[in-house]
Design a binder for this molecule. Structure first.
Ligand SMILES: *Cc1c(COP(=O)(O)O)cnc(C)c1O
Length: 359
């Protein structure tokens, strides 16, 4: 057995996510107001699955709970376990539902609420003792959820449904599918007894009116993503990835930079090597096209290939920078998505575990 050595405190991190708590809380308040809620009555929940889209589920859930948010959505039971010490169990919903008796028993023991997705899941929940649950119906996305033909099944009718939910497939577009899904969700509300009903994600909130139901479930918009242009005036940027400059180098004309020498210095120049790479989610699609900035905002373009732990930038615009200085990645989500070809969702969920999350 290893002796229990007490390690000295870690030296300061060289990679961090600057998360603006006021912007996060402000985005939830704005989406709550657009959902028909007020300071006293939360009409918006929060999708905090996938570690709150990479921002850190515990920090996000604590901040939003403090602001009045009462319904938190995760995908896996392990994600619920992480939240349990920080928000009430009955306010945590597990979207994947109960696949087997072990999951149902864990839900029973903790008070975390499953989202039942099928007749089979309804039976698992019933056989474990049942009680309050949520129910996902398929309104036309054909992913998880009870298909229309099963809505009258006795196992579904016997459930004690708090939230009757469905999920929009194309709310970020103006297409007929939105209206068709709304109608099918409303039909489900007429057939299945429930306390509250929920349809809209971030984009669905912008559709307004009947799409809002009793509770909305934004994720992307909380974290600064713009799901539809109408939401842009309401949403502030939350997150800025930052990395320290590890080495400053003066290179000569003709020097080849990084893997496969995709950048060759056309003249003598000063470059910096930064503690950020594709293992952190700064994928190789940013090679030769990403931009970092110094504290004054000067643009420092990425030179050559992004490697696993390191990226090289041009320092011509900021030649006074020194080793240890922090650089900030340009990461305005809609712009970064247009530049990289990645979705705003991927840009968030990619961010790796080496970032110190400041929230
Ligand atoms: C992820 C998810 C959401 C949040 O969607 P956004 O587009 O990020 O707002 C809402 N509901 C369900 C069922 C989800 O899986």
């Amino acid at each position: 057995m290893m002796p229990e050595a007490k390690l000295p405190d870690l030296p300061p991190a060289t990679l961090r996510l600057d998360i603006n708590r006021d912007a996060l809380v402000g985005n939830w308040r704005a989406l709550n107001a657009l959902s028909g809620g007020s300071a006293d009555r939360a009409a918006a929940g929060a999708a905090v699955k996938a570690n709150a889209y990479g921002l850190g589920a515990v920090g996000v859930a604590r901040a939003l709970h403090g602001a009045g948010c009462r319904d938190f959505f995760v995908a896996h039971w392990a994600e619920a376990a992480e939240l349990l010490p920080h928000v009430p169990a009955g306010g945590i919903a597990v979207l994947h539902g109960v696949l087997n008796p072990a999951e149902a028993a864990w839900a029973m023991a903790t008070g975390v609420v499953p989202v039942i997705n099928s007749v089979a899941q309804a039976r698992v929940w019933r056989d474990a003792g049942g009680g309050r649950c949520h129910l996902m119906v398929d309104s036309g996305m054909t992913r998880l959820g009870v298909p229309r033909g099963d809505w009258a099944d006795p196992a579904i009718a016997a459930l004690e449904v708090d939230l009757l939910l469905s999920h929009l497939a194309s709310a970020d577009e103006d297409v007929a599918q939105n209206g068709a899904q709304l109608a099918r969700w409303q039909a489900a509300r007429g057939v299945i007894a429930h306390r509250r009903a929920s349809l809209a994600n971030s984009a669905g909130i912008a559709l307004g009116g009947d799409y809002l139901g009793d509770l909305t479930r934004p994720g992307l918009g909380l974290y600064g993503g713009i799901a539809r242009p109408e939401l842009a005036p309401h949403i502030a940027q939350v997150l800025r990835p930052q990395a320290a400059l590890l080495q400053v180098r003066d290179v000569a004309a003709g020097d080849a930079l990084g893997y496969n020498a995709t950048f060759v210095a056309p003249h003598a120049m000063r470059v910096g090597v930064v503690a950020l790479g594709y293992a952190d989610g700064f994928l190789r699609c940013w090679s030769g096209r990403g931009v970092l900035r110094d504290a004054a905002g000067a643009a420092l373009p990425v030179l050559g290939r992004v490697s696993m732990d390191l990226t090289i930038v041009a320092l011509d615009a900021a030649s006074a920078l020194r080793e240890g200085d922090w650089l900030t990645l340009d990461y305005h989500l809609p712009l970064a998505a247009a530049q990289s070809g990645l979705s705003q969702y991927e840009l968030l969920t990619l961010l790796g575990r080496r970032f110190l999350r400041l929230l």
